[in-house]
Design a protein around this ligand. Structure first.
Ligand code: SAM
Length: 402
């Protein structure tokens, strides 16, 4: 199936429900999109075990076995599941342990998978350009394994110094280095790709992924792109890159949704920890509002590191009130908002399920738009998953060969 055909299928699934993306759940009442479709009663009636299953497996997977699910919600779940299906590419190429240097275990597994996926293209390339190279692990490995000149670019000087520092002293003395690093801000300077290049981006953030796809399409060179952090864009809206995706205009707030994935254990936090932090953030919102602050829901956390919410309402409220120059909360106040936050959060978890069901679809759509842009430029494009989501939640991979 071509990338353009996949993109059309995914657009057919999203466009009729795109209003759901613009209606995050910020209180215990069903939002307009939920009322309009008659889903509120069903969602709010889910018992705790059913709710947990939906959160762990994803609503689309759980729906067929839930009694009383509205037909339109089941149909949406099926369309989303079909649209998100991607073939799995599992062709690891484990680099020698010594070559990995400071790489951790999970990153090592990701690198083995991506090296295996790009091997045929890397062997044909005259140069490999690693866009958003970070500490340069992939840049060094492709230079070493495929014996190619490799250029790692990043806008972060400190990371590039670390990348150069990880290079082997013996190689440096012999002047035999094939990996070089350069400071480039891809959002301010053009990516100067050439016809014989292979451009790679491992977890290229937001706009950087778009720029890589566009530059490779313009140069007609190979590209391998693992996308992530879709919300990192300069403006309020992500514009589509491809002709086939011209209807796909996504708000920045909806792009953040693409970072959510259902899995029993988070890569950084478990689902329980994530839910507890969400509940604490909502309780803080209620507390600040009771103090007379006129806040939109997201604003309660302004100026506060989101990880603070993991410490619970007492710590979070203490910090937020100090920040705003307000009196500390009393014990009664904290207890009341903790309970009210918990009560409302139980509704919000249920009402959020359909919107969260669209998270992987948003991710896949952006990836397919990038892939379609490369395909429309005449490249031979495959879109696959390159590793399990336990190793990298953002596990889609675009491979585009000239
Ligand atoms: C998620 S990290 C990935 C790093 C590396 N590829 C890896 O997988 O370990 C994204 C990298 O992109 C870099 N980056 C972000 N915006 C950039 C830009 N506008 N130009 C160049 N590099 C950028 C960041 O500094 C960071 O090192």
């Amino acid at each position: 199936m071509t990338a353009v055909a996949r993109l059309h299928r995914a657009l057919d699934a999203l466009l009729p429900v795109i209003d759901i993306l613009d209606g995050p759940i910020d209180g215990p009442e069903p939002p307009g999109w939920c009322e309009a479709r008659g889903w509120g009663g069903f969602l709010l009636s889910l018992d705790p075990l059913e709710l947990k299953r939906c959160e762990v497996e994803g609503l689309a997977a759980a729906l067929p076995s839930l009694a009383g699910a509205p037909v339109s919600l089941v149909a949406l779940g099926e369309a989303v599941t079909r649209a998100c299906e991607l073939p799995a590419l599992r062709r690891p190429l484990a680099p020698p342990r010594a070559a990995l240097r400071a790489v951790g275990e999970r990153k090592g597994r990701q690198l083995a998978m991506i090296l295996g996926a790009i091997a045929p293209m890397a062997e044909r390339a005259s140069r490999i350009v690693d866009v958003g190279a970070g500490a340069g692990h992939l840049t060094r490995l492709v230079a070493e394994l495929f014996e190619r000149d490799a250029l790692g670019i990043d806008r972060d000087e400190a990371l590039l110094r670390r990348a150069a520092g990880l290079q082997d002293a013996r190689e440096r003395q012999a002047g035999a280095l094939r990996a070089r690093f350069e400071r480039v801000d891809a959002c301010r300077e053009p990516l100067l790709l050439r016809g014989g290049d292979l451009a790679v981006g491992l977890h290229a953030c937001g706009t950087v992924g778009d720029l890589l796809a566009q530059a490779a399409a313009g140069a007609g060179c190979g590209a391998a792109l693992i996308s992530c952090c879709f919300q990192k864009i300069p403006g309020p809206v992500r514009e589509p890159l491809s002709r086939a995706g011209s209807a796909l205009r996504l708000q920045k707030a909806s792009l953040g949704l693409a970072n959510l994935t259902s899995r029993p254990e988070g890569v950084e936090d478990s689902i329980e920890q994530t839910l507890a932090a969400r509940q604490a953030r909502h309780a803080l919102f209620l507390l600040l509002r009771s103090r007379g602050l006129d806040l939109a829901p997201g604003e309660a956390m302004r100026g506060i590191n989101r990880r603070r919410a993991h410490k619970g309402l007492v710590e979070l409220a203490g910090h937020a009130l100090r920040l705003r120059g307000l009196e500390p909360a009393t014990e009664d106040e904290l207890r009341f908002h903790e309970l009210e936050g918990a009560r409302q959060h139980e509704h919000m978890r249920r009402l959020a399920l359909p919107r969260h069901m669209l998270s992987r679809l948003v991710e896949v759509l952006i990836v397919l738009d990038r892939a379609a842009c490369l395909e429309e430029a005449g490249l031979d494009v495959q879109v696959q998953t390159f590793c399990d989501q336990a190793d990298s939640p953002r596990n889609t991979c675009i491979l585009a060969a000239p």
